[in-house]
Design a protein around this ligand. Structure first.
Ligand code: F6P
Length: 362
C-alpha cells in the first residue's frame, strides 16, 4: 500500500484574523488529494520538541474554526532557531534540530503561514534542510512584498476603524483631540487605511516625516473654523519629530514599540492648549472574530497552497495580485518590503481629503 503524502502546517509570528481559515482550507482541500495534514504546534517550537509536537488534523478538528480568532496551532514570534535564546543566557544555532524534526515527522512538504520575518526563517531552514516549503503571507502589518493583501490586515483595520468611530463620539462630546496609536511595526498601512476610513484629520506614518507645528496648525485651523474636535491616528513606529524611535525593553529583554501616541498627544496639548487624550489599540487589533475578507483570503490561500504542494511547486508563496491568487518565489516576497507608497492611491486620497499626513516633497 502506498503511503499518503504527509504535509505539515504551522503558523508563525503574531496571531491575526484568518489563520484558522487557512488551516481549515488546507485540511478540506487535502481530501481531494488524499494527503495527511500534520498541524505543528507553536511554529518551529513543535519541530524542536522531542517527541515532536504535532497532531493529525482531520475534518472534525477543523470544523467551525473559520470563525475563531487566533490560531488553533499556536504560534510564536521569538525563538529564532538560528539564534535561539537558551534559559541560561546563551544564544545557540538550533536550526539542525528543527530541520531534523521535519524529517523525523516524515513530512513531504510544509505549509508555513507567516510574515516576512517568519517566512525568511522558514525559507532558510528549507534551503539548509531540504524541506519542500510553501508560504502563506499573514500579518496585520500588511508589509509582505509581492502580495496586495496579507491575512490579518483587514481584521486589524476593521478594529482600528471601529475604535476611531468610538473615539469620535467622545471627541465631539468633550471638544477634545483624540489620538489613537495603532500597530503596524515599520509600515504605516493600518494607520493610513484606518485614518482614511475612520475620518481622521491627521495621519502619521513612519514613511512620511512630519512637523508638529504644521500638525498643530491643522488642528487650530479646524478649531478656528468651528470644529470642536479632531482625530489623530499615529502608527507605532513613527519617530519623534527629531527622529528618535520610541522603544522600550521589557523585563524579558524584548524591545517593543510604545509611546509615540503619548508623545504626539503631549505635544498637541502643550502647543495648542486643546484638551487631548491618547488611546493605544495594541493587541486588540490581532485577536477576535476574523473579518469576512480575512476568512475569504485565508480560504483562498489555503486551497491554493495545498494545490502547489500537489503540483510539487515549492519555494513559492501564495499571493493576491490583480484579483487572483498567484504564486511567487518566497525569496522574492521577503526581499521586497512593502511600505506605504508615497505616490500611491491612499496617500493621494488622504491628501485629497485635506488630511494632514506629514511633509511630502512637492
Ligand atoms: O507584526 C505584528 C505585530 O502586531 C506588530 O504590529 C507589533 O509591533 C508586534 O507584532 C507586537 O508584537 P508582540 O505580540 O510580541 O507584542
Amino acid at each position: 500500500m502506498t503511503r499518503h503524502k504527509r504535509v505539515g502546517i504551522l503558523t508563525s509570528g503574531g496571531d491575526c484574523g484568518g489563520l484558522n481559515a487557512v488551516t481549515r482550507a488546507v485540511v478540506r482541500r487535502a481530501r481531494d488529494y488524499g494527503f495527511d495534514i500534520y498541524g505543528i504546534k507553536d511554529s518551529t517550537m513543535g519541530l524542536l520538541s522531542r517527541p515532536i509536537d504535532a497532531e493529525v488534523l482531520d475534518l472534525k478538528r477543523v470544523s467551525g474554526i473559520l470563525r475563531y480568532g487566533g490560531t488553533i496551532l499556536g504560534t510564536i514570534n521569538k525563538n529564532n532557531p538560528f539564534a535561539f535564546p537558551m534559559a541560561d543566557g546563551r544564544v545557540l544555532d538550533r536550526s539542525e534540530e528543527v530541520i531534523e524534526g521535519y524529517h523525523q515527522l516524515g513530512l513531504d512538504a510544509l505549509i508555513g503561514i507567516g510574515g516576512d520575518g517568519s517566512l525568511a526563517i522558514l525559507n532558510k531552514l528549507a534551503e539548509q534542510g531540504n524541506w519542500q516549503l510553501v508560504g502563506v503571507p499573514k500579518t496585520i502589518d500588511n508589509d509582505v512584498g509581492t502580495t496586495e493583501h496579507s491575512i490579518g490586515f483587514h481584521t486589524a483595520l476593521s478594529i482600528a476603524v471601529e475604535a476611531l468611530d468610538r473615539l469620535t463620539y467622545t471627541a465631539i462630546s468633550h471638544s477634545r483631540v483624540m489620538v489613537l496609536e495603532v500597530m503596524g511595526r515599520d509600515a504605516g498601512h493600518i494607520a493610513m487605511s484606518a485614518g482614511i476610513a475612520g475620518g481622521a484629520h491627521v495621519i502619521l506614518v513612519p514613511e512620511i516625516p512630519y512637523s508638529i507645528d504644521n500638525l498643530c496648525s491643522k488642528l487650530l485651523d479646524r478649531k478656528a473654523r468651528g470644529n470642536n474636535f479632531s482625530i489623530v491616528v499615529v502608527a507605532e513606529a513613527v519617530k519623534t519629530e527629531t527622529g528618535e524611535p520610541l522603544l522600550y525593553t521589557n523585563s524579558l529583554g524584548q524591545t517593543l514599540y510604545g509611546g509615540i501616541g503619548q508623545y504626539i498627544g503631549n505635544e498637541i496639548s502643550s502647543r495648542t492648549g486643546i484638551e487631548t487624550r491618547v488611546s493605544t489599540l495594541g493587541h486588540l487589533q490581532r485577536g477576535g472574530t476574523p473579518s469576512a475578507l480575512d476568512r475569504l483570503l485565508g480560504s483562498a490561500f489555503g486551497v491554493a497552497a495545498l494545490d502547489l504542494v500537489a503540483q510539487d511547486k515549492f519555494g513559492r508563496m501564495v499571493a493576491w495580485q490583480n484579483r487572483r491568487v498567484v504564486d511567487v518565489p518566497i525569496a522574492e516576497a521577503i526581499a521586497q518590503y512593502r511600505s506605504v507608497e508615497i505616490d500611491g492611491a491612499l496617500v493621494e486620497t488622504a491628501l485629497g481629503l485635506n488630511t494632514y499626513i506629514g511633509e511630502l516633497e512637492k
